[in-house]
Design a protein around this ligand. Structure first.
Ligand SMILES: Cc1cc2nc3c(=O)[nH]c(=O)nc-3n(C[C@H](O)[C@H](O)[C@H](O)COP(=O)(O)O)c2cc1C
Length: 323
């Protein structure tokens, strides 16, 4: 098979897979730079950083990590394997997160092929999930997917779930009264589906009464036609944890997040995120950890939801440059 960086079609396939990744409020804070045919560089696009919501750049790095996992899988599909140097020039070029080479390798495993196939189908699902429980073998696979990437996934029981939901609710209340936060959120929830941001059709319904405090994307004002629906107060949550809490850990968390989301998709399990307790944090997130297992990088809701449409992405030429 030709080297994946050697042809326009090959590069397009890789970047298209990478940018299908989830990103905080669909900011797509990434750029790819092709260094001849030798390496593909992943850069953070600091113009797309959420300076109020994400002052440390945690969500930005997690988003870029998710794109990196997709890029790795796409390279595996070409009969190559990715060889990655993380933060190769951290001091000189602060935006350069990873430099990825593609070296010859045997064909991918069935699991890798299935994860790759799941990339275009994975979506954030903000609808109520059915009462059906995520079976134990699937839960084990979700944990294993995260472990593969050097992070941990805790699947809390009812008590910790209630505690986590109370944190989300408290954070929601705090954030709703922060004007700068509401203004930044409004900028990324436009009233039209363009190349980025969370379109209104993806908001999902408002929760009626008490239940899962889903993120209220309608903070900046009511959304006409948006209905209220009942969400279970006992969702299957997953808490993604890392040992450290710096840029390298966030990049790892992003890869783990995307691997678990693709694994869920492979099993027909829907997912959405509840990041409110992590928003606007200026310090490490240890205080919100359910146990002393590490730093919370993501709170995920798993279950079985209705089909939802995909969200827009910026066109491929906008995110790729060549040197
Ligand atoms: C780091 C990170 C944090 C996120 N936080 C939330 C969140 O709190 N609430 C939510 O509904 N979606 C959240 N999302 C999902 C994004 O809004 C979603 O990925 C983006 O809008 C693109 O849509 P898609 O996932 O359907 O492709 C988050 C995604 C990432 C990567």
């Amino acid at each position: 098979m030709p080297h994946p960086f050697a042809t326009h079609a090959g590069v397009r396939r890789l970047v298209t897979a990478a940018i299908a990744a989830p990103s905080v409020h669909n900011t797509q804070p990434w750029r790819f730079r092709l260094n001849g045919a030798a390496a593909m560089e992943l850069h953070a696009d600091l113009d797309r950083r959420l300076t109020v919501i994400d002052p440390r750049g945690q969500a930005l790095h997690i988003s870029c990590g998710a794109a990196l996992l997709n890029l790795r899988l796409a390279i595996r599909m070409t009969g190559h394997r990715p060889q990655i140097e993380f933060f190769p020039e951290a001091l000189g070029r602060a935006t350069l997160l990873a430099s990825v080479r593609a070296v010859d390798a045997p064909m991918p495993s069935l699991e890798q092929a299935e994860l790759y196939a799941a990339i275009p189908h994975r979506r954030t699902n903000r609808h109520p999930f059915s009462k059906r429980l995520v079976p134990q073998p699937v839960r084990r696979e979700l944990m294993s997917a995260v472990r593969t990437e050097g992070a941990a996934l805790a699947l809390p029981g009812p008590q910790t779930t209630a505690y986590l939901l109370s944190l989300v609710a408290a954070a929601d209340e705090r954030l709703a009264s922060a004007d700068e936060y509401v203004a930044e959120l409004a900028r990324w929830t436009p009233d039209r589906a363009c190349g980025d941001g969370v379109p209104r059709y993806a908001f999902g319904p408002r929760p009626s009464g008490r239940g899962v405090p889903m993120r209220d994307f309608g903070l900046a004002g009511p959304v006409p036609g948006r209905k209220a629906e009942h969400f279970t107060a006992r969702p299957q949550l997953g808490v993604l944890l890392t040992k450290g809490d710096g840029p390298a850990d966030w990049l790892r968390a992003g890869q783990a997040l995307q691997r678990v989301l693709l694994t869920a998709e492979r099993h027909g399990v829907s997912a959405s995120l509840l990041s409110q307790p992590l928003d606007m944090r200026v310090g490490a997130s240890t205080a919100t950890a359910p146990a002393s297992h590490g730093h919370i990088q993501a709170i995920i809701r798993f279950g079985y939801g209705p089909p939802v449409p995909g969200t827009p992405r910026r066109p491929f030429p906008e995110v790729l440059t060549r040197i």
